[in-house]
Design a protein around this ligand. Structure first.
Ligand SMILES: [Zn+2]
Length: 431
């Protein structure tokens, strides 16, 4: 497809991909300033008045409010992040920041997470305003920095320092939900209504330093290794929440299976099974080890990093289990913790999202799910805003979409972007 013929939603997503907004985490980032200015200029051309907030140099957030027809209704937040995780360019088939169009798809870092949705938000609002219309209710369009680092230099600072941006808002829509998966032979949409909580812990084992040739029972590395292996191999039991219970029942229906074994149901979904099974239980993945400094010295200390993800509200119970599993000799330190979220799969907004999908893909089931990771919805929740993952994309059955988040050769079909923009603009006109 020649670039001149690209639908606007794809052209905007391509332009955003071409800004290298790599976020290495821990405050090391290329910065979102140019991408935020591009978004701001687009909003200005729609007659809106964007506001910027750059609490840390180059970590730029931008927002605009779109007046709705019914000012009595609570405002709806549409938000996206402008940063991306680092690509290993040698592993890619294309330059990750070139915004290449090939085989009917837009390729590049952020094509899936989440410059696609950023472009869908912008162009769906543009479609409404250019037609001389208004959305049903006030919209707050917010584009954040630093989401890929937990939002500590982005949404966390925005909600703390600019809460007035979100005045009157009760609900929010953003990423990682609303896209289709093929379950059995049915195209099915997953709507995200919850996010697991993150608890990053450090295990610390202490022993006695000694010569590497000694007979020595008090070895910190041995003690740590035992604790790491025990935790890494723990088969956490399946625990259902309202969301995952309904997800399991609906998936079982589609697959023609019993819902009695939720893990078996999730496992039968094929490509997304790893992603779905992680949402049924706690996960405790060891991700880092630090110990020792010389081959013939037994160190007195050894440390491991564990990425713990738990279902909303189960943090304390999981930590108690973890302490029991690693044993009294190994300390458990909490390095960073955030909150879990879960909102009902019901209500006017859920009905409106399901209906908007139904207009453009009739009879396709829409199923709630709870995601294993986190989004800027967690920051907005501190302002009492209920967040959903709804970035609608109708995808081909053979595209492993969930595998492309933070993956190699991120790409999104152009026609899926056009679909998503239409679904969103319908939703915004009517909800
Ligand atoms: Zn994302």
């Amino acid at each position: 497809m020649p670039e001149a013929e690209l639908p606007e939603v794809a052209a905007v997503a391509r332009d955003l991909i071409r800004f290298d907004t790599t976020n290495h985490g821990g405050g090391r980032a290329a910065g979102e300033r140019e991408a935020a200015e591009y978004v701001g200029a687009y909003l200005e051309r729609l007659g809106l008045a964007p506001e910027y907030y750059e609490p840390i140099p180059r970590r730029t957030n931008v927002m605009a409010r779109v007046p709705g027809r019914d000012r009595d209704k609570p405002a709806l937040v549409l938000h996206g992040h402008l940063d991306v995780v680092p690509p290993i360019a040698e592993d890619w088939s294309v330059d990750p920041f070139a915004g290449v169009v090939r085989d009917g798809m837009l390729w590049g870092r952020g094509a899936v997470d989440m410059k696609d949705m950023d472009a869908m938000i912008l162009t769906s609002v543009a479609e409404i305003l250019r037609a001389g219309e208004a959305p049903e209710r006030d919209l707050i369009l917010a584009f954040f920095a630093d989401e890929e680092n937990g939002g500590v230099e982005g949404s966390a600072l925005v909600v703390q320092d600019r809460p007035e941006w979100f005045a009157g808002a009760t609900e929010a829509i953003s990423e990682v939900g609303g896209y289709s998966l093929t379950i059995g032979d049915r195209r099915t949409y997953l709507l995200q209504v919850g996010e697991k909580a993150l608890v990053w812990i450090r295990l610390v084992a202490r022993g006695r330093a000694a010569h590497g040739s000694s007979l020595h029972a008090d070895n910190a590395v041995t003690a740590l290794a035992e604790a790491v292996a025990a935790l890494g191999r723990t088969a956490w039991p399946v625990t259902l929440t309202d969301t995952t219970r309904e997800m399991t029942e609906r998936l079982a229906d589609l697959l023609g299976q019993s819902s009695a074994d939720p893990d078996a149901v999730a496992a039968a979904t094929g490509a997304p099974s790893g992603f779905l099974r992680s949402t049924l239980r706690t996960t405790t993945n060891p991700t880092g080890l630090v110990a020792g400094y010389k081959h013939n010295v037994i160190p007195d200390r050894a440390e491991a990093l564990i990425d713990v993800r738990v279902l909303p509200g189960t943090e304390q119970a999981a930590l108690a289990d973890i302490r029991r599993i690693v044993g009294a000799g190994v300390e458990v330190e909490i390095v960073h913790q955030d909150i879990g979220l879960e909102v009902p799969f019901s209500g006017d907004l859920v009905d409106a999202m399901v209906a908007a999908l139904g207009v453009h893909d009739p009879d396709a089931p829409v199923i709630p799910y709870l995601m294993g990771g986190g989004t800027d919805n967690k920051a907005l929740a501190t302002l009492g805003i209920a967040g959903y993952g709804f970035a609608p994309l109708r995808l081909p059955a053979d595209l492993d979409f969930t595998g492309m988040f933070h993956g190699v050769d991120e790409r999104v079909p152009i026609d899926a972007l056009v679909f998503g923009q239409r679904v969103l603009s319908d939703l915004l006109r009517t909800y």
